[in-house]
Write a protein that binds this ligand. Structure first.
Ligand code: AMP
Length: 284
């Protein structure tokens, strides 16, 4: 697996690769790779793609006071994991090449990017959409792979691709969880042992809501109460939002009609975690 840091060298190589004829699959990440990222690499691989993984901790999607400075970075470990998963190329551009002095253009994703995660993290989805569009131009993939764990991000990317007519297939793949149920996240490394056990209330709460939905409960108000009850009120898990939404628009819905996405964002100590589950009326 070759590693590129320089954009012009990268562009020459990518063109050569496309000429070799395989479809190009792209997995954009911020590094600190875990089994969730690896599942995306394997998903791309299983479709016969030539697989490009990018690693870029994108300053423009972090707000002031967020964890940009302490976000875990270990390019050697990541390169070894990507290679083991049979990625073909790793693209790890430098921030000053991606954002040269005077950089000022950005992608505004409208109301989909302003609600929920976007309301809690103003500018976050503008930063995400901008870097993903830039990487799409640099990598020019046929397909790009994203995790359903970041459900609103996936919806934002799908919307951008549709609205801007980008010739890229967006593939969403299921959330990978640790055996105890916690959704894998690079941020889980911040959790102390006590915080990690408190964080398990998040997947447990989603499971409670799914069970209630299976028993016929469809009201957003009641499902929210079920979630909040499980998250507890002792301060170890502090909900930011708990919301039932329409999966493509992220508009709040009062009922699980056929299906709806249940979202949780919560703070455990200083760490902010998100998770979600698709609920299906009667059968989820
Ligand atoms: P990140 O490095 O956190 O920006 O994530 C890069 C990609 O990996 C995004 O498409 C995420 O949705 C995806 N991802 C992160 N965690 C998981 C997970 N637990 N399961 C599946 N995909 C994930």
């Amino acid at each position: 697996m070759r590693i590129f840091h320089d954009i012009s060298e990268w562009r020459r190589e990518r063109v050569a690769q496309v000429r070799r004829g395989s479809t190009l699959g792209f997995v954009p990440t911020m590094g600190a790779l875990h089994a969730g990222h690896i599942s995306l690499v394997k998903g791309s691989r299983s479709r016969g793609d030539f697989v490009v993984v990018s690693i870029f901790v994108n300053p423009k999607q972090f707000g002031p006071g967020e964890d940009f400075g302490r976000y875990p970075r270990d390019i050697e470990r990541d390169a070894a994991l990507a290679e083991e998963a049979q990625a073909d190329l790793l693209f790890a551009p430098d921030a000053d090449e991606i954002y040269p002095a005077g950089f000022s253009t950005s992608v505004d994703v409208g109301s989909l990017g302003a609600t929920l995660e976007g309301a809690s993290r103003p500018g976050h989805f503008r930063g995400v959409a901008t870097i993903v569009l830039k990487l799409f131009h640099l990598v020019a993939p046929d397909a790009a792979y994203f995790g359903e764990k970041d459900a609103q991000q996936l919806a934002v990317i799908r919307r951008m691709v549709r609205d801007l007519h980008l010739p890229i297939e967006i593939v969403g793949l299921p959330t990978v969880r640790d055996p105890d149920g916690l959704a894998m996240s690079s941020r889980n490394t911040y959790l102390s042992a006590d915080e990690r056990s408190a964080a398990l209330r998040i997947p447990a709460a989603l499971g409670d809501a799914r069970d209630a939905c299976r028993r016929g409960e469809r009201s957003a108000v009641t499902l929210r109460e079920i979630v909040l009850e499980r998250l507890g009120r002792d301060g170890s898990v502090v909900p930011d939002y708990v919301a039932l939404v329409q999966p493509a628009t992220f508009a709040l819905v009062p009922l699980v009609e056929r299906e709806a996405l249940l979202l949780i964002a919560a703070r455990v100590g200083k760490t902010r975690l998100i998770d979600n589950m698709l609920l299906r009326a009667g059968s989820s």
